[in-house]
Ligand binder design. Sequence first.
Ligand code: SAH
Length: 357
Amino acid sequence: MVDFRNLDEEALKAWVVAHGEKAFRAKQLYEWIVKGVVSFDEMLNLSKAFREMLSAEGYLDNFHIVEAHTAQDGTIKVLGRLHDGNLVESVFMTYKHGHSVCVSTQVGCKMGCSFCASTIGGVTRNLTAGEYLGQIYALQALTGKRVNHVVLMGSGEPLDNYDETLRFIKLSTDERGLNLSGRSITLSTCGLADEIKKLAEEHLQITLAISLHNPFETERQTIMPITKRYSIAAVLEAVDVYIEKTGRRVTFEYALIAGVNDSDAHAEKLGQLLKGKLVHVNLIPVNAVAEKNYAPTASDKIFRFKSILSDKYKITTTIRRELGSDINAACGQLRAKHLKPNTNDIEIKNLNVFEGE
Ligand code: SAH
């Protein structure tokens, strides 16, 4: 079965022609796909025979929403079933400038960050670019709103799924497709230095975000095991290359965990590492995850941390507005509820849709 959302217009054309139809039918098919329809029956400008062939050979509904939670601030977190039955999460958020979707890139994750719920059962498989898009199509269909910003910050490590991530960036910025601007896509990574350098060569306008979370090498190793493969120095060197090649400001994400990485010494060290670079620091109070023993830093201490970075080290620093914290909107938390402890096996079979909680 073909996932039609996973084909670009050229590939659709080849498919259509190979199945005995005129090439221009691919354009019509693509327009329907981009509209986010899930049934071929809606494609009324295509013949019934062609529609029947399409549904015999492939499918559209590659992210079927099985559970949706709406937070008081309007953030919607959904759990979607992929065509093979795997479950992944996506989040829809509303900002001043429009609507944003937080896209998952893998089923689970193998990076092993100690504070993250996505990594609890390891990684099951990579998502395809079509499945990244499917999350956006499904959320646009659910909300009736057009998404104009995407963050690759759902479960998974986008640079551990490099080719599909690149293909997604190309597909979603296609002007006949979702037509996102490169600048409105943020790719967040735990710091795969080699892939960051490779990405620097792709001539993209996307925003790169680095999940740093600790400026001290041995401490970072204990919360982010990837540090043993790529040291902080290696990540910073890759970021320098990225900035030099793209001219784009890089974001550093820093989740503040009470008593773990929120001291003045951490802020000072972070300031020393990033001082003078074309970067921006985004401070995030850690989301408490039931399976983990972490609590967020108190707000007065967050402000103190911020002022060390911004006043002393002159680094642009923001504090992330927390959206959807009443609905377990942090990475992997919704899905984790449905997994047996420490596995990726889904425990419950019938899921419900909760709207307007
Ligand atoms: N693997 C990528 C993208 C997915 S995680 C990465 O590491 O960047 C997206 C962001 O959410 C990362 O910054 C990650 O560190 C952060 N995150 C994960 N669990 C969190 C939690 N419990 N509280 C706050 N941020 C968390």
